[in-house]
Design a protein around this ligand. Structure first.
Ligand code: NAD
Length: 284
């Protein structure tokens, strides 16, 4: 079996074109969705993500402001800025690019952003709403993954799903969203013993570890759906995922590539959440 490749970039483009039309209609009603991104320091990866977000915002017609602060910014300065952004009625989404410098406590910052403007979906209130299946801003990468699965009509209900990785931004929430779709979810992580015993039973495998070629074809059940979240830079500068794509592709039924897989979906869901926030504020 050779897997069908799910190209996130193709789906993302389709969704962004629809969003562009939606924003045109909102603008006709005097509503201009606006996202403010705060970037602290000079981390090249963060800079490149932020650039990608701005480019995509521009395409869709979401206004995107970038506030750049130096690496030595204090926690108080950032929290005061977030207070101002929370109070600004013209801003519908606030995103503070992670990771933050050591002097700033990440969780404090996440909790300072108004849950109404938390388009990343990281605030504990929004996580609680996700957990209880309420309408909320879903975290962008997990939301993008579920959207990719749905786009191919991949059944999740009653399926065995294994999530490898348990970070707050990817692993944990994607497992929760799969559970909300009635999958039977197993989390594997760095302390899991004999991981292959779980993977070999999995109809859906989500890999979010950050180790190149971590998932080998031998471990995968024939016909499984494999979603690769990892982004790893190789010595030659190229990007690769957490899945041994070439070999796993021959065993899986569906697989996502890296690049052109989950990455473009993450930014797309961020724009979705920003537009959703603007609509909510104006009750449309
Ligand atoms: P993280 O470092 O916070 O978490 C990694 C997880 O992998 C941990 O929960 C850990 O338990 C698990 N892990 C580590 N070593 C393991 C091992 N040997 N066996 C099993 N599990 C192991 O990372 P993250 O933020 O969740 O990101 C994971 C990967 O996804 C990274 O490569 C990151 O760059 C990428 N990522 C991609 C997107 C996207 O939009 N495509 C978004 C976020 C993260």
């Amino acid at each position: 079996m050779t897997a069908e490749v799910i190209y996130g970039n193709v789906l993302a483009e389709k969704l962004r074109i629809d969003m562009k039309d939606e924003v045109i209609l909102l603008r006709e009603q005097g509503i201009q969705p606006k996202l403010t991104v705060v970037l602290i320091g000079d981390d090249p990866a963060s800079k490149s993500y932020v650039k990608g977000k701005q480019k995509a915002s521009e395409f869709v017609g979401v206004e995107s402001d970038l506030i750049e602060l130096p690496e030595n910014t204090t926690e108080k300065t950032l929290l005061d800025l977030i207070d101002q952004l929370n109070a600004d009625q013209t801003i519908h989404g606030i995103l503070v690019q992670l990771p933050l410098p050591d002097q700033i406590r990440e969780q404090l910052v996440i909790e300072a952003i108004s849950p109404e403007k938390d388009v990343d979906g990281f605030h504990p209130i929004n996580i609680g709403r996700m957990l209880t299946g309420k309408d909320t801003f879903l975290p962008c990468t997990p939301f993008g993954i579920i959207t990719m699965l749905k786009s191919k009509n991949i059944e999740m209900s009653g399926k065995n799903a294994v999530v490898i990785g348990r970070s707050n931004i990817v692993g944990k929430p994607v497992g929760q969203l799969l559970l909300n779709e009635n999958a039977t979810v197993t989390y594997c992580h760095s302390r899991t013993k004999n991981m292959d015993q779980f993977i070999k039973e999995a109809d859906i495998v989500i890999v979010a570890v950050g180790i190149a070629h971590f998932l080998r074809a031998e471990a995968v059940k024939p016909g499984a759906v494999v979603i690769d979240v990892g982004i790893n830079r190789l010595e030659d500068g190229s990007l690769t995922g957490d899945v041994d794509f070439e070999n796993v592709k021959e065993k899986a039924s569906f697989i996502t590539p890296v690049p052109k897989g989950v990455g473009p979906m993450t930014i797309t869901m961020l724009l979705h959440n920003t537009i959703k926030s603007a609509k909510k504020i104006y009750h449309v």
